[in-house]
Each structure stands twice: as C-alpha cells, then as structure tokens.
Ligand binder design. Structure first.
Ligand SMILES: [Zn+2]
Length: 168
C-alpha cells in the first residue's frame, strides 16, 4: 500500500519493522521465518520486537500529531535498554552511535533513531492517520504535513468519508 520511496538512512529499518503487520487484516510478516531473517530477529525476541514495533508506531503517530493507537510501552523506556557504543572514524574523527556487531534489532533501531536525530529526519517518520492502516511512511512533503501513507488509497478513502459525513 506504499507508493512512497523508503525512508532515508537507518529509518528505512524502522519503517520496515513498523510495516511488518497489516493492522486491517492482522497479517503479521513476523510470523514467517523469511521476514524474521530479513530483519535479523531471533525467535526468542519476537514478543519484545512486537512490543517495540507498536511503541514505534505510536511514536510515528505522535510525529503526525495523533494519540497512540493503543496503550504502548513508552519508546524511550525500550530504547534505554539498547546496548550502543560510540564508533569514531580515525581518518576524520567523525563519531556516531553504533549498535554492537550483530547486535539485537533493538540496538539497530536505537542507532537508527540517533542517526535520524542528527540528520533531522526523525520527526518526518509518521504513521498514516487512517485507523485501519497506521502504516509508517516518510513525509517528504515540503511543509511536513503529510497525513496518509498513500494519497491515492488512504487519502482518497479519508476524503470519501468526509464527503459522506457531510452529505448525511
Ligand atoms: Zn494508510
């Protein structure tokens, strides 16, 4: 349902994780070994990853000015548990937060958030406002006021609903 380009940098990982479940149908890609492998998730971590996924979605909704879609663990509480270290490039002295090698998904997500903060992209990762969708998308609109993952699908649906509500 996403006609958009993937989110930039490490945010693509965050976006991909949030979008592993279709809230409308309940179909969860993390039920398949292929998706778990693609994201580097151990089966023992599945519950924690699903918790992280919904905390991320709630944060993406907050970026768009919406309340959480359901009660979630605050994202900051989860990320506080992520082992990260600071990698310094000896050639130019640049430094960045890095997950431990083969670190858990939580660490890779935390590093992606840190990177997005420095790049000023974090708050542009949003969730579609349609309740049956809430798909993550990267808002590339100049004013940063994108509301739907897809104008042609969710945007059109929202407009149709408004139109019907007015007519009633
Ligand atoms: Zn949508």
């Amino acid at each position: 349902m996403n006609e958009r380009l993937p989110a930039p940098g490490g945010l693509a990982l965050v976006e991909a994780l949030v979008n592993t479940v279709d809230l409308g149908s309940g179909r969860d890609e993390l039920d398949t070994p292929r998706a778990r492998q693609r994201l580097g998730i151990a089966e023992d971590d599945l519950d924690a990853v699903r918790e992280l996924r919904e905390s991320l979605r709630a944060t993406c909704l907050a970026h768009a000015g919406h309340p959480p879609h359901r009660p979630v663990t605050p994202l900051g509480d989860l990320l506080a548990r992520a082992p990260l270290y600071i990698a310094v490039d000896p050639r130019d002295g640049s430094a960045r937060l890095t997950p431990a090698e083969d670190g858990p998904l939580l660490s890779r997500v935390a590093a992606a958030v840190a990177q997005a903060l420095t790049e000023g992209t974090w708050e542009r990762l949003k969730a579609c406002e349609l309740p049956e969708c809430h798909w993550a998308f990267y808002d590339r609109s100049p004013a940063g006021r994108g509301r739907w993952c897809s104008m042609s699908v969710c945007g059109a649906r929202a407009k149709m609903r408004r139109y019907r509500a007015k007519g009633a």
